[in-house]
Design a protein around this ligand. Structure first.
Ligand code: PLP
Length: 648
C-alpha cells in the first residue's frame, strides 16, 4: 500500500480533513507538494499543521511542501506572483517506510505551470486518487465531472468522500453514475478535533487492497502472449507497465524508466500527452471508425490537408494504412502499378540500399533484405537491386571518399538500367534499424536527382525520420530532396495509435485515374484512415507549434553532439554520430553486429538506474521523445563510461 492522492471537486471540499482521516486510518505520512495561501505568520494554520493537529502526527510523519507560496491562488497564479515557474518534474514522493497521503491544491485541473495541472501531478506520482466533495446541491454534477476528467487522464479513482449533512440521494447517484464507492461521509468539517475525527474511523470504508493484478498479468502473459522479436524460451519475464507520462514509463511495481528510445521510436512528444489523449477520447465518442471507401470524415480530410501543407513540393495525395511496413508496401505497389498503368511494363526494377530496413511484411522485407533480419524468409522475397550506402560519422576521415564511391556506383547503375527502374527507396539521412547508420544530406539529394533523371520514382521512407526526429519536420528537407512518394508512420500519431500514410505527388496520383477500376490502386485495410488515429495525429501536429518541438530537438542535438565529441577518444567507442534527437555510437570489445550481447548488458545496467535503452547489438543509441529534458539526457550520458567499464 503506497497511499492515496487526495483531490477535491473544489477548494474547501474537505481535502485536508479527509487527508487527516486517511493518515489516521492508514498510519500514513502526510505530504502537500504545493501549499499556497500561507503567509507563514504565527496563528495562520497551514494544511500541514491542520493535519498534524487533527491526526495527531509528529514531525517525522509530516513532509514539508515542495513549494510554499504566500498568495491564496492556484499554484500557477501564486507562482507567477512570486516571479517563479513551477515544474511537476521537480516533485517526487518522499522516501518513507509508511504509506503516504498526498494532498493536492484545489481541484484536478488546477494549473500548476504551462501545460501542467494537478491531474498531471497525480499521474506523475502514480497514487490512486480519492475525491473530496460536498454533499449539497450541485455535488453530483461536480463530482461526476471530476471523475470523468480523472479517468480520461488514465488516473485510478479509489473513491469519493462526501462532507456536509448526509445526503443519501447524492451518495446513491454518485456511486451509481460515477461507478465509484463513497468511502465516508464527514458530517461537518468545522469545528473538528482529533477525537471527533477519530470517531469517524469505523465508518470509513477504504477500498480493499487491489487484487494482485501484477501476478495475474504476468501469468496471463506467460500463458498466452507471443511477444515480437523475442525468444520466449530465454527472454526474461517482461515488466508489467501500468502507466506512462512525459518521457517516463512506470511499472506496476513502482519502478520508473526514462524511455530513451521513444518506445520503438513512435512516441514523438512524450507518453500519454494529455492533449492527444483528450483528442482521441473526444473522437472516440464522436466517430470511432468507418470504412473509408464510400465515406470520408473530418479527421482524415483535415489530416491529409495538413500533411500536404507540411510536406515539400506537390506531395498532396495521402493514402492511409496501418503501420510503417504497410506504408512501404503501399509505396512499392504504387510505384509498380504506376508504370503498368502508363503501359511501361519494362519498368519493374526496384533499387534499395545496403543495410536498409523498411519493415517486416514481404514487400518491405524484400527491400530490406540486406539488413540481415530476414534469412528465413529470403525465398519469399522478390528481386531487388541493392546499392552501396555511404554510412558516416563524426570526424570520419573517409566520409567524402565513401560518398563519391557510392554515387559512382549509383550513376553506373542508372546508366546500365536506364528505362527499367520503377523506383528507388531510401531511408533519408539515417538507416534506423540497421544501427542508426547516417549518410550525408548530399547523398540523399544526389540519389533523388539521379533517380529522377533516370525517370525512376523516388520513395523516401520517413517512417522513423519523420516528425522531427532528425531536427527538421522531415529529413528530406535537410537534404533538399524531392520524393515522389513518402512513407510516414511511427511519430505520425504522436505514438498513440498504429497508423501510416503513404503520400504521393499529384503526378503519381493522376497515373491511377481512368474510367475503369482496373487502373485504380486496389489496396486497403479495414481500419484505413481510422478517425482515432487521425485525431491523434492532428493533436500531435498541433504540439509542434505549441511546445516548440523542433526547438527542443535542437537542444537535444546539442547535448548529443557535445557529449559524443567528449567521448571521441574513448577506447571502447567508435563511429560517434548525432542528428536531431538521435545520438549513437558503436561499442567495441565484445564483437560486432546484432547478435553480440553488449546491448543486453548495457540495457540491464541502464534499467537498474531508471533508464530504458535498447541497444541494437553493438550499437548503443538514445532516441528519446522531445519531452526528455537536457538534464535527463546528460544524466544518461554521464552513466556511459561506468556502464562500459562494468559491462564489457
Ligand atoms: N521503415 C522504417 C525506416 C522503419 O524504421 C520501420 C520500423 O522500425 C518500418 C519501416 C516498419 O514500421 P512498423 O514497425 O510500424 O511496421
Amino acid at each position: 500500500m503506497k497511499g492515496y492522492f487526495v483531490t477535491g471537486t473544489d477548494t474547501d471540499a474537505g481535502k485536508t480533513v479527509l487527508s487527516a482521516l486517511l493518515c489516521m486510518a492508514l498510519e500514513a505520512d502526510y505530504f502537500k507538494p504545493f501549499q499556497t495561501g500561507q503567509s507563514g505568520q504565527p496563528g495562520v494554520d497551514s494544511d500541514t499543521a491542520t493535519v498534524a493537529r487533527l491526526a495527531n502526527l509528529g514531525p517525522d510523519r509530516l513532509h514539508p511542501p515542495a513549494v510554499n507560496l504566500p498568495d491564496p491562488l492556484s499554484p500557477a497564479q501564486a507562482a507567477a506572483r512570486a516571479g517563479i515557474t513551477l515544474d511537476i518534474a521537480a516533485v517526487a514522493l518522499p522516501e518513507t517506510p509508511r504509506p503516504l497521503v498526498v494532498e493536492g491544491a484545489g481541484g484536478a485541473l488546477v494549473p500548476i505551470a504551462p501545460g501542467q495541472d494537478m491531474a498531471a501531478l497525480m499521474a506523475r506520482l502514480g497514487l490512486p486518487v480519492i475525491v473530496a466533495a460536498r454533499s449539497g446541491l450541485g455535488t453530483v454534477n461536480h463530482t461526476l465531472l471530476t471523475l470523468e476528467a480523472l479517468r480520461l487522464r488514465g488516473l485510478e479513482v479509489a473513491g469519493v468522500a462526501l462532507s456536509g449533512p448526509p445526503n443519501p440521494e447524492n451518495r446513491r447517484d454518485i456511486e451509481r453514475l460515477g461507478n465509484v464507492p463513497v468511502i465516508v461521509e464527514i458530517p461537518r468539517l468545522d469545528p473538528l478535533d482529533h477525537d471527533s475525527l477519530k470517531a469517524l474511523l469505523p465508518a470509513l470504508a477504504l477500498p480493499g487492497a487491489a487484487s494482485d493484478v501484477t501476478s495475474d498479468v504476468i501469468r496471463w502473459d506467460r500463458e498466452h502472449v507471443w511477444h515480437p522479436f523475442t525468444q520466449a524460451k530465454t527472454a526474461p519475464v517482461p515488466i508489467h507497465l501500468s502507466r506512462a507520462s512525459g518521457a517516463d514509463l512506470v511499472a506496476a511495481d513502482g519502478r520508473r524508466f526514462v524511455d530513451l528510445v521513444s518506445s520503438w521510436w513512435v512516441c514523438a512528444h512524450g507518453h500519454a500527452h494529455p492533449e492527444v489523449a483528450r483528442a482521441v477520447a473526444r473522437q472516440a465518442a464522436t466517430l470511432e471508425q468507418a470504412l473509408f471507401a464510400e465515406f470520408t470524415h473530418e479527421p482524415a480530410a483535415r489530416l491529409a490537408h495538413r500533411l500536404a501543407e507540411l510536406l515539400p513540393g506537390d506531395l498532396e495525395r495521402v493514402f492511409y494504412s496501418d503501420n510503417g511496413s504497410t506504408a512501404v508496401e503501399v509505396a512499392l505497389k504504387m510505384a509498380h502499378q504506376y508504370w503498368r498503368n502508363q503501359g511501361r511494363l519494362e519498368r519493374t526494377r526496384i533499387a534499395a540500399f545496403e543495410g536498409a530496413y523498411h519493415g517486416d511484411t514481404v514487400g518491405a522485407m524484400s527491400v530490406g533484405r540486406t539488413s540481415g533480419f530476414f534469412t528465413h524468409f529470403e525465398p519469399l522475397t522478390f528481386g531487388v537491386d541493392f546499392l552501396p550506402y555511404p554510412s558516416t560519422w563524426i570526424a570520419d576521415p573517409e566520409g567524402d571518399r565513401k560518398l563519391a564511391q557510392a554515387l559512382a556506383v549509383l550513376e553506373n547503375y542508372f546508366s546500365v538500367h536506364h528505362g527499367t527502374v520503377a523506383a528507388v527507396i531510401l531511408e533519408p539521412l539515417v538507416q534506423g534499424a540497421s544501427g542508426m547508420r547516417m549518410a550525408p544530406p548530399a547523398f540523399v539529394k544526389a540519389v533523388a536527382e539521379m533517380a529522377r533523371k533516370a525517370g525512376a520514382l523516388v520513395i523516401l521512407d520517413e517512417v522513423m525520420t519523420g516528425f522531427g526526429r532528425t531536427g527538421t519536420m522531415f529529413a528530406c528537407e535537410q537534404a533538399q530532396a524531392q520524393p515522389d512518394i513518402v512513407c510516414l508512420a511511427k511519430g505520425l500519431t504522436a505514438g498513440f495509435l498504429p497508423m501510416a500514410a503513404t503520400v504521393a505527388s499529384n503526378a503519381v496520383y493522376e497515373g491511377f485515374l481512368g474510367e475503369t477500376f482496373h487502373r485504380a490502386l486496389a489496396h486497403g485495410h479495414s481500419f484505413t484512415a481510422n478517425p482515432l488515429g487521425c485525431a491523434a495525429a492532428l493533436a500531435g501536429l498541433e504540439l509542434f507549434g505549441r511546445e516548440d518541438t523542433l526547438g527542443r530537438i535542437a537542444r537535444q542535438q546539442a547535448v548529443h553532439r557535445e557529449r559524443l565529441e567528449d567521448l571521441l577518444e574513448h577506447p571502447k567507442l567508435v563511429r560517434h554520430r548525432a542528428l536531431g534527437c538521435i545520438g549513437a555510437v558503436d561499442v567495441t570489445g565484445r564483437g560486432e553486429g546484432y547478435d553480440v550481447d553488449t546491448g543486453r548488458r548495457l540495457k540491464a545496467f541502464y534499467m537498474e538506474r531508471g533508464f530504458f535503452v535498447r541497444p541494437m547489438g553493438d550499437v548503443f543509441y538514445f532516441l528519446p521523445p522531445s519531452s526528455v529534458t537536457p538534464q535527463q539526457l546528460h544524466d544518461a550520458y554521464d552513466l556511459l563510461p561506468q556502464a562500459l567499464e562494468q559491462c564489457l
